[in-house]
Design a protein around this ligand. Structure first.
Ligand code: FMN
Length: 488
């Protein structure tokens, strides 16, 4: 049984694999809502297996899945006892396409299952899954896998996830579901996931998890309410101080001296509108302090969603040497987080931490030959014959232009797929002998981590974060629900 109240604190979904099952599990144990990231989870799943699956958690989760043949096939294909050889690259997967019966869809479904099953193992606290609307191809498969593991909440941002409530309804009954993918220049294509393709008929219907879109403006909350009546159980209102992708400013584009987008009065949230919707909402982005939580509650929010503080705690999925490098830099002095309007191939602003050895350094960026072999952020376009194709503004410029893209859209674009995999400790080995360099994203409030390291402590845990935010009191972590009957 799941706790029948909404938590005060949500640990934000942080892709790729920063919010992994260990972090979500630790946050749940501390009394918050632990959230796993489902972004890139098919690649994460097979890379963990190729790295030897230390202690066997992934294989235990696979063995518990409703799809034993698939689990066996995945283990046989990807598991390496003791990990890969010293110069062995990770196996590459075929690129995602809109075709539903692909091996990728099966891996994405299993990835969603494994992550949520492990995060939920051994306790009855709720666990959420977070996905990016802007990377739509795997999303239905990941959600069906997560639902098969009993996920309690679905949270999705970076876009307008209008089709998701209906898809959740359908997949709860094991029916085929579809999403509309956007085609550059206009038009749509269907992304379909049919549980029947797994070849396993699960008898009992799945629980339909509550859905919380992550939005940057109250107008989007109104839109979601209007267009998906009854489909949305609450909201995460994310300010532009959040890590990862943010919504671009409304209106004409203005930048400051550092080239960062400037947000103005039109981007301010009308909290009265949020309150009037009568649904629980959380505020995210620079609210990871005791004052932040108090301020959010005073605005009528149920609580806060916090990312940055959790991204650097011991249970985070961030590669440990990188995490320690950041915390050492934070202890030494200021660390710059830049809102980069160009880094993400999606065109959304993306926050980048300036850190030695990462793609934030112009020399490291320039030394990396462009390649696109993961492809989560590719955009759909139609070629001259009218066929549906995909391209990424961070792929080799010539290839992008040959696919009808504009050369100017490739400038300063980062390969977030490979960079973020590297940040989570899954860097691909390169033919040249090196590995893909990492890229680090963070909220503006990165220096708040100092509050967790007082007294010379070099590190802190997820429990420390929850305690810090709730001023050491155990009780108020779970708030009284404002919407009876609509709980996770
Ligand atoms: C490292 C990192 C990665 C993130 N990745 C995602 C993501 O994949 N999807 C998402 O909806 N939000 C993402 N976020 C935003 C967080 O979920 C959260 O809403 C935000 O960071 C809250 O603000 P704070 O960092 O000031 O606490 C990310 C944040 C960080 C720090």
């Amino acid at each position: 049984m799941v706790d029948k109240t909404w938590p005060r604190i949500i640990q934000g979904g942080m892709g790729v694999a920063i919010s992994n099952w260990r972090l979500a599990h630790a946050v749940a144990a501390a009394g918050g809502l632990g959230v796993v990231s489902g972004t890139g989870i098919d690649t994460v799943l097979i890379r963990r297996l190729q790295d030897g699956d230390d202690g066997g958690p992934v294989r235990q989760a696979l063995a518990a899945s409703p799809w034993p043949e698939l689990a066996h096939d995945i283990t046989a294909r990807y598991f390496r006892e003791g990990g890969r050889g010293p110069s062995e690259p990770y196996v590459r997967l075929p690129a995602w396409t809109a075709g539903p019966r692909s091996r990728r869809a099966a891996l994405a479904m299993m990835g969603g299952f494994v992550e949520c099953w492990l995060a939920k193992r051994g306790h009855a606290r709720p666990i959420g899954v977070n996905l990016l609307t802007k990377a739509p191809l795997p999303n239905l498969a990941v959600l069906y896998g997560a639902m098969s593991a009993g996920v309690d909440v679905v949270l999705m941002g970076a876009g307008i996830p209008r089709d998701i409530p209906k898809a959740l309804d359908r997949m709860a009954g094991h029916h085929a579901a579809s999403l509309r993918g956007d085609i550059v220049g206009g038009g749509h294509f269907d992304i379909v996931f049919d549980p029947a393709w797994t070849g396993v008929a699960q008898a009992a219907p799945l629980r339909r998890p509550p859905f919380f879109p992550v939005i940057g403006a109250h107008s989007l909350a109104l839109l979601m309410e209007r267009k998906t009546p009854g489909g949305v159980e609450g909201f995460i209102v994310e300010t532009a101080r959040s890590g990862g992708h943010s919504a671009p400013p409304r209106g004409a584009r203005h930048v400051n001296r550092d080239g960062e987008p400037i947000y103005g009065p039109r981007d301010e949230v009308d909290w009265q509108v949020m309150r009037d919707l009568g649904k629980p909402f959380y505020i995210a982005g620079g609210y990871g302090t005791q004052d932040g939580l108090a301020e959010a509650v005073a605005r009528g929010a149920q609580g806060v969603q916090v990312g940055t503080l959790f991204a650097y705690c011991e249970e985070s999925g961030m590669d440990s040497p990188l995490r320690e490098q950041v915390l050492a830099a934070v202890r030494r002095g200021p660390v710059t987080v830049r809102t980069d309007p160009d880094a993400s191939p999606t065109g959304f602003p993306f926050k980048v931490v300036r850190l030695e050895g990462t793609l934030s350094e112009p020399a490291t960026y320039a030394a990396r030959p462009r390649r696109c072999d993961l492809g989560y952020l590719r955009e759909a376009y139609t070629d001259s014959a009218g066929s549906l194709r995909f391209r990424c503004a961070a792929e080799p410029v010539r290839a992008y232009v040959a696919k009808g893209g504009r050369a100017e859209d490739t400038v300063r674009r980062q390969c977030l797929c490979n960079g973020l995999m590297a940040t989570a400790g899954f860097a691909q080995r390169l033919p040249s002998g090196g590995t893909e360099p990492p890229i680090l994203t963070s909220g503006d409030a990165i220096l708040e981590t100092r509050n967790l390291m007082r007294g010379g402590r070099p590190a802190y845990t997820a429990r420390d974060v929850v305690r810090y935010l709730t001023a050491g009191r155990a009780a108020p972590v779970f708030a009284q629900a404002s919407q009876p009957g609509a709980h996770p």
